[in-house]
Design a protein. Sequence first.
Length: 105
Amino acid sequence: KFRELGQGIQELKNNRLIGENHEGKLSIRNKPAGEYGDYVVQTVEAENKDREFLIQHDAVEKNVSVDTVREEQWRHWQRKSFPGEWIEVEADNGYKWEQKEAAGG
């Protein structure tokens, strides 16, 4: 199941439907209509539930704040994202969404 979920998430990223937010979780950027839209919502909710569990666990294991782990995860998922995928980045007044640029670009 985990492997299926991971592949499903990458497909949703490839289709530019979801992105990596500054909390180390996924956000829906463009929700399709109908059953596919429901699938997107369910997939993102399931992944975020898993990520939240791991964030909480890591905070306890490392004896650091949840916010510290969220930032670590945010940076991790930003690095792992492919060019063109939606990522949330720091901006003057908080955060903004942009599509990741190619390396060196």
